[in-house]
Design a protein around this ligand. Structure first.
Ligand SMILES: *[C@@H]1O[C@H](CO)[C@@H](O)[C@H](O)[C@H]1NC(C)=O
Ligand SMILES: *[C@@H]1O[C@H](CO)[C@@H](O)[C@H](O)[C@H]1NC(C)=O
Ligand SMILES: *[C@@H]1O[C@H](CO)[C@@H](O)[C@H](O)[C@H]1NC(C)=O
Ligand SMILES: *[C@@H]1O[C@H](CO)[C@@H](O)[C@H](O)[C@H]1NC(C)=O
Ligand SMILES: *[C@@H]1O[C@H](CO)[C@@H](O)[C@H](O)[C@H]1NC(C)=O
Ligand SMILES: *[C@@H]1O[C@H](CO)[C@@H](O)[C@H](O)[C@H]1NC(C)=O
Ligand SMILES: *[C@@H]1O[C@H](CO)[C@@H](O)[C@H](O)[C@H]1NC(C)=O
Ligand SMILES: *[C@@H]1O[C@H](CO)[C@@H](O)[C@H](O)[C@H]1NC(C)=O
Length: 511
């Protein structure tokens, strides 16, 4: 059998590269002009049987028998049964052709090797390479003598077993469950599957069976003694492999390291742990603050992280983060467990607001606010009025409240008491606001972290006007200029009138 025209038209139809088409056209020309003679004389019967291992390489040994032992030009062609186009074509110095799927895997052996000149080296063997191969040498410028088939080779590809399906490494069960362990392997020859439990062959029983060519191990009612390691072994003549699945009784998530109360300074980092143990260990941890998921608390959003180990990190903490934080763990088995802890964020006493003037009604009670917040809470607050310490024992109706504000209490209708300031557990009350309560007040607040001062002017409304002040006179020979600053008018938009009294100056003696 020689080169036939349809081989080449088929080749042309499937070839896309210019390289191959060039070889094809050249050969086609020759196939028309010369009669072709196969140079390898052999039969199907005396085919060579070769067994190769997956991934390895094989050489099909094929000698070239020149007509009359005289070297002439020839085309070497390797065909695979069932494949239309030769898998390998060689002609002189032309680029060789490799069939689809054989690219880079087929080559001639070196001419100086002990293999025949037409031998083919097939590398990186695949399972699909199994089959019949034919070596054909065609002498180009010889007249035919007979139609001889080429040399036939049968390639058998052996593959060690490899798993295509294996059970999970860990299988969580509850007692009484039914499970199926599935173990399938590929390989040539077809591997057999064997099952072991804790290194002993599995004994089929009323509740344990092996099915489907050994690929399935079924346990219908798991008891304590069925818990253990199950190994499936796949083996053929080329090797054996194994896979072990551990069958474990499942358990719900239990918190091992709960979060603990923590006190942090503002700006520091806080981490609350919430470590849980569970079988299976796919625990999800949810953190909430006052029952809102932390990720949904707008104020925390950018500063909060839940770590892989379930711990909650807030970095940096701010004054408003104080509160209760709760973690809840579950692995889908049983009820979720939860634990909580408090975060207390300490910060220096801080002024939250500084009104420059506070108005309070005359003769009524009122609070001069000290707009300060602190954690730990304010330890003590003192007030000064017009730079002098406000002595609570002397002013009976003024109270300094827990939050530092000053409370002026009212004592309507009663005679004014000499002592208007009272102190009780840090509270100072000032009773019945008087005109003289008008002034500049300073609130001096301290906690463990800091001491701060905030100042305000207290204006008592609905009172008599205050006297003008900083009165000065500038006299010249015939005139005098009086200047003063107006005192507090006594209330908003009250009109003030000034009366100037003059007393004639008597001649005086100075000594
Ligand atoms: C040549 O091969 C064909 C099948 O491809 C077979 O039928 C025939 O017997 C073979 N001829 C020889 C001489 O081996
Ligand atoms: C076959 O080809 C492989 C890869 O190129 C090479 O390592 C090996 O030596 C070749 N075998 C022979 C017999 O030439
Ligand atoms: C944590 O703080 C809260 C609230 O302050 C308190 O009720 C609880 O007892 C504290 N827990 C511990 C373990 O100190
Ligand atoms: C954990 O895995 C088990 C079994 O694989 C599943 O039933 C359960 O829903 C999972 N739990 C979570 C919280 O994802
Ligand atoms: C301080 O407490 C008093 C009484 O509870 C309240 O009226 C006042 O608004 C508080 N002041 C501040 C600054 O919180
Ligand atoms: C201080 O005054 C506030 C507000 O009137 C009151 O709630 C608190 O009990 C007082 N504290 C003491 C120790 O008297
Ligand atoms: C009033 O007089 C005092 C003392 O002379 C001076 O320190 C103060 O600045 C004056 N006040 C005004 C508002 O001019
Ligand atoms: C007093 O008046 C004179 C002249 O009018 C002026 O030069 C001087 O600065 C004034 N003094 C004061 C204290 O106003």
């Amino acid at each position: 059998m020689g080169l036939r025209e349809q081989d080449w038209s088929a080749l042309e139809a499937k070839s896309t590269t210019l390289r191959i088409r060039r070889v094809h056209l050249f050969l086609f020309y020759y196939s028309l002009c010369f009669l072709l003679i196969p140079g390898v004389l052999s039969g199907f019967q005396d085919a060579v049987h070769i067994t190769a291992i997956l991934g390895e390489s094989v050489v099909f040994n094929c000698p070239v028998e020149f007509p009359a032992d005289h070297a002439v030009p020839y085309v070497l062609q390797w065909e695979k049964k069932g494949v239309e186009i030769p898998i390998y074509i060689w002609y002189d110095s032309y680029p060789t052709h490799s069939g689809e799927g054989y690219e880079g895997r087929v080559s001639r052996v070196a001419p100086d090797s002990h293999y025949g000149l037409a031998s083919l080296n097939l590398t990186n063997i695949r399972e699909t390479d199994q089959g019949w191969y034919e070596c054909k040498v065609v002498f180009l410028n010889r007249s035919p003598n007979s139609h001889k088939n080429g040399t036939w080779f049968h390639l058998d590809v052996h593959a060690p077993p490899r798993f295509s399906v294996t059970p999970d490494d860990i299988i969580y069960v509850n007692l009484g469950d039914a499970i199926i362990l599935n173990c399938q392997a590929e390989g040539t020859p077809k591997p057999e599957i064997l099952w072991y439990k804790d290194a002993n062959p599995v004994e089929p029983s009323g509740t344990i069976g092996i099915f489907n060519d050994g690929t399935e191990l079924r346990i219908s009612n798991i008891r304590h003694e069925d818990i253990g390691d199950y190994t499936c072994i796949a083996r053929n003549g080329e090797g054996q492999i194994s896979h072990t699945a551990r069958v474990i009784i499942a358990g719900g998530a239990v918190i091992m390291v709960p979060p603990t109360n923590q006190t942090k300074l503002e700006g520091e980092k806080v981490q609350f742990s919430c470590e849980a143990k569970a079988l299976p260990g796919n625990v999800t941890v949810r953190w909430t603050r006052e029952s809102t998921p932390v990720k949904e608390v707008a104020a925390l959003e950018t500063r909060v992280t839940i770590r892989r180990d379930g711990s909650l990190v807030i970095n940096p903490v701010s004054a408003d983060d104080s509160g209760q934080y709760q973690c809840e763990v579950t692995n889908g088995i049983g009820d979720p467990q939860s634990a909580s802890a408090y975060l207390s964020v300490e910060y220096p006493a801080k002024v939250t607001f500084t009104p420059t003037v506070q108005y309070l009604p005359f003769r009524l009670a009122g609070v001069v606010q000290c707009y300060i917040k602190a954690n730990p809470p304010l330890q003590y607050v003192t007030w000064t009025k017009d730079k002098r310490l406000l002595e609570p024992y002397q002013t009976k109706d003024i109270v300094i409240m827990n939050n530092g504000s000053l409370l002026f209490t009212r004592r309507d209708g009663q005679p004014m008491q000499r002592n208007r300031v009272r102190i009780s557990g840090g509270n100072i009350t000032i009773e019945s606001l008087r005109r003289t309560d008008f002034g500049f007040y300073q609130c001096v607040a301290s906690n463990e972290v800091a001491t701060i001062v905030t100042a305000t002017q207290l204006v008592v409304e609905g009172t008599q006007p205050h006297a003008p002040y900083n009165l000065s006179a500038n006299a010249s020979e015939f005139a005098v200029t009086l200047t003063w600053l107006p005192g507090y008018s006594g209330g908003p938009d009250y009109k003030q009138d000034y009366t100037i009294w003059s007393v004639p100056l008597q001649y005086q003696h100075y000594h």
